[in-house]
Design a protein around this ligand. Structure first.
Ligand SMILES: Nc1ncnc2c1ncn2[C@@H]1O[C@H](COP(=O)(O)OP(=O)(O)O)[C@@H](O)[C@H]1O
Ligand SMILES: [Mg+2]
Length: 312
């Protein structure tokens, strides 16, 4: 079997007594785009810094392209482009100079630098800012420059820590487009966010981390398939909600019923799609239907369901 591009086995990080990352297992393969989702403080940055060999785990192992983070950090740094959540750009440095500086630190030959830096600038749509001072860029442009910076050594693996955070919608879309472009170039990408929908449509794998635990780690296609196989209906009636709920629950096509202020939520048996008979049954029993509607399932609602009960 081909070796994983990223493999973490029981990775732990404690800051003093605080357990920031708990026994994290992860496997990413070539071309994967892994959306690493979790609220602030969940352990995303800690995990990515460990994979980038910038932070030692307390225990556990991780490999990038087969290299151990303990034994071969230098090889890993050549293979990885790590974009931190915060980075500074230097005053009095032009955009192109800023990139050349990083090209030099990656030991790219002087005669190749300009060419490589311009190509990378072109890739992130910043050629028009080539000779502007780096500290005059907008936030979105700065994020793109940050991305350019980690691309100059043409890494195979990208670890992008909340690249779209704090950006306006248009700038976010731009970052997403860029990640797609990098995906299409065959790079393996781990990209974090505290908002799921931001990443949903560009990832093929998604992980959700909460309080240091990876509580969901799946292929997007599997999640969608699993969720799609069981339709959820939202039903409201004008009268006697509890009795309607009982009637619905008794139906063989219904797996589960919950009631809340919003009415009745009925999860159908997997594969059951034709629920018109259920509507007819309710009407025949004298209920005045106010709402009878299949809940729309996008990845966001899918994950809400998946993580229900797992986290507080
Ligand atoms: N150097 C540190 N010392 C102590 N606690 C830290 C340190 N870095 C991070 N933490 C704590 O570890 C947890 C995870 O942080 P982090 O990995 O930055 O989460 P995220 O990137 O998901 O917001 C947080 O509770 C944070 O306060
Ligand atoms: Mg973070």
């Amino acid at each position: 079997m081909a070796q994983h591009v990223i493999r973490a086995v029981g990775l732990n990080k404690k800051y003093g007594t605080f357990h920031a990352v708990k026994s994290l297992d992860l496997e990413l393969d070539e071309g994967d785009v892994f959306g690493f989702i979790g609220p602030n403080g969940a352990g995303k940055t800690t995990t990515m810094r460990m994979l980038a060999t910038l932070l030692d785990p307390t225990s556990g192992e991780a490999y990038v392209c087969g290299h151990s983070i303990y034994q071969r950090p230098r090889e890993i740094r050549r293979l990885v482009g790590y974009m931190p959540d915060f980075f500074g750009v230097y005053d009095d440095m032009k955009v192109i100079e800023y990139l050349e500086f990083f090209a030099a630190t990656y030991r790219i030959a002087p005669e190749k630098r300009i060419d490589i830096c311009e190509r990378v600038l072109d890739l992130v749509d910043l050629m028009f800012k080539r000779d502007n001072l780096a500290n005059t860029l907008s936030r979105g442009q700065t994020q793109r420059l940050g991305l350019a910076r980690v691309l100059v050594h043409d890494p195979q693996v990208l670890l992008l820590d909340e690249p779209a955070s704090g950006l306006d919608p248009r700038a976010r879309i731009k970052i997403r487009e860029l990640i797609k472009r990098l995906r299409d170039m065959g790079k393996t990408i781990m990209v974090s966010s505290h908002i799921l929908p931001e990443l949903a449509d560009i990832c093929n794998k998604v992980g959700i981390i909460e309080r240091g635990e990876l509580i969901v780690n799946e292929r997007v296609s599997e999640v969608m398939q699993r969720i799609r196989s069981a339709a959820v209906l939202r039903i409201s009636v004008r009268n006697d909600l509890q009795r309607a709920a009982q009637l619905i629950e008794a139906s063989p096509m219904v797996d589960r019923v919950e009631t809340d202020h919003d009415g009745i939520k009925a999860t159908l048996v997997a594969g059951e799609e034709d629920y018109s008979a259920l509507a007819k049954q309710l009407v025949d029993a004298g209920f005045a239907l106010q709402r009878f509607q299949e809940e729309e399932m996008n990845l966001e609602t899918a994950f809400m369901h998946l993580t229900e009960g797992v986290s507080a």
